[in-house]
Design a binder for this molecule. Structure first.
Ligand code: UGA
Length: 429
């Protein structure tokens, strides 16, 4: 099938590369010429496992990148993968959705055949029907029957997006016209997964509710962990027992410094804003967010408890990315922690295997170390903020600290005496 994809971020590019690998003829459109050039040179502009191999196999054959929207005119289907950032009030900013819809509509003016516009971006319920549909139809000067609209949410984790795309738990196809939905089902025919057909609004809400539920599991574990710490109980052992109940499930019960990234914080806020617009008071979602916002301060409070006043102290922060295997720092829990340490007058020396160039752009005032050992030499305390597997191996480097006070916000170290944010010292399995 001939497919155009608008947006070459991690969702758009992974979707493009995977669909091209599945045999579709794909054009990915991005307004950034540097990114387009990198893709066409088979050089991934973002860190995603397996992406480079997919680009090597597909670019120049079934995958092309461009800054122009022309390919849409002769495509059967266009997938919208642009970002929906957070507005000041927490709601979703639909600016990119609106401008991309106008460009898609303009390109469809000269289209001769039936076309399907698929919204993959995370958008508030109603957006496909009340924003995308009218903008595209108006710009294309077409009738309702000439263009179909489908909402098809993505459930891709950064770093694991290719695997998640090829092996999904489900494929959700939200469309009010069966013709458009049937065409989208054909796109995924070689991926073995249950297909759930719904209306567009239900598909839009499935995405928000899924992310909000996963965020709820994390905040729940964090709250239980905070209580466990006072009682000398190991929350990881508790959640192992809890997660074995198949009605609960073992995933996303890892307690720690809270969730970050480009999705959970933004989507929970957007759902809260949406609920409030309907006149509801979303008390559960607000508490999920509240628990998450309080976790980083617990790291700093623990450090103060162990080493006293932080002014003038040298603090090593290991891990800046919002999770391991990515250079993404968006809403990383390390940011509020570092800001609080700076406010208290500490001297910060940070290390991350991938995310330091990104963090330097928003926090140029701290020092960045070339290695874990450089960060730890002479440090009065160390905070571990990201679950990088390589941090598991750190051992003798800790001996170079001035005071071996190590606090982990992710359960990753195996060294004796490490203090957990919400688990007790020493009681690890
Ligand atoms: C998340 C969802 O997992 C995807 O299904 C979804 O498609 C994506 O958002 C999106 O909306 O596009 P992602 O943000 O890449 O994916 O990262 P996750 O692996 O879900 O982790 C999010 C945060 O939660 C990280 O900071 C991680 O450290 C934290 N986390 C995760 C925990 O604190 N505990 C856990 O048990 C799991």
């Amino acid at each position: 099938m001939k497919i155009s994809i608008v947006g070459g971020g991690y969702v758009g590019l992974v979707t493009s590369a995977c669909l091209a690998d599945l045999g579709h003829d794909v054009t990915v459109i991005d307004l950034d010429p540097a990114k387009v050039q990198q893709i066409n040179e088979k050089n991934p502009p973002l860190c995603e496992e397996h992406l480079e191999d997919l680009l090597k196999n597909t670019v120049g054959k079934s995958l092309h990148a461009t800054t122009r929207f022309d390919s849409i005119t002769s495509s059967e289907l266009t997938i919208l993968c642009v970002g929906t950032p957070r507005n000041m009030d927490g709601s979703a900013d639909l600016g990119f959705i609106e401008s991309a819809s106008r460009s898609i509509g303009t390109a469809l003016k000269d289209a001769r055949d039936y076309h399907v516009v698929v919204v993959k971006s995370t958008v508030p319920p109603g957006t496909t029907e009340t924003v995308v549909r009218p903008i595209v139809l108006k710009a294309a000067q077409k009738k309702e029957t000439e263009i179909g609209f489908v909402m098809n949410p993505e459930f891709l984790r950064e770093g694991l997006a290719v695997t998640d795309f090829m092996h999904p738990d489900r494929i959700v196809i939200g469309g009010n016209e069966s013709r458009a939905g049937d065409i989208v089902a054909q796109v995924y025919k070689d991926i073995p997964a249950p297909v759930i057909r719904t209306g567009t609004q239900e598909a839009e809400m499935i995405k928000y509710a899924s992310n909000a539920f996963l965020a709820t599991k994390i905040s729940f574990s964090n709250e239980i962990g905070n209580v466990c710490k006072h009682l000398g109980i190991d929350v990881y052992a508790v959640m192992q027992g809890v997660g074995r109940d198949h009605r609960i499930g073992p995933q996303f019960l890892n307690a720690g410094a809270g969730y970050g990234g480009s999705c959970f914080p933004k989507d929970v806020s957007a759902l809260i804003a949406l609920a409030e617009q309907t006149g509801e008071d979303p008390v559960l979602l607000k508490s999920v967010q509240d628990v998450n916002e309080r976790q980083p301060s617990r790291m700093v409070a623990l450090l103060e408890e162990k080493i006293g006043v932080l002014a003038g102290k040298r603090i090593a922060v290991l891990g800046l990315a919002f999770k391991d295997n990515t250079d993404d720092i968006r809403d990383s829990r390390s940011i509020p922690v570092i800001r609080e340490l700076l406010d208290k007058g500490a001297f910060i020396i940070a290390f991350d295997p991938m995310a330091m160039p990104n963090m330097k752009q928003i926090l140029p005032e701290i020092t960045y170390a070339e290695t874990v050992a450089d960060a730890l030499v002479g440090a009065d305390g160390c905070l571990v903020m990201t679950e990088w597997p390589e941090f598991k191996k750190i051992d003798k480097e800790f001996d170079c600290m001035a005071h071996p006070v190590i606090i982990e916000g992710r359960r990753i170290l195996s060294r004796k005496g490490v203090v957990g944010i919400c688990w007790q010292v020493g009681n690890r399995p």
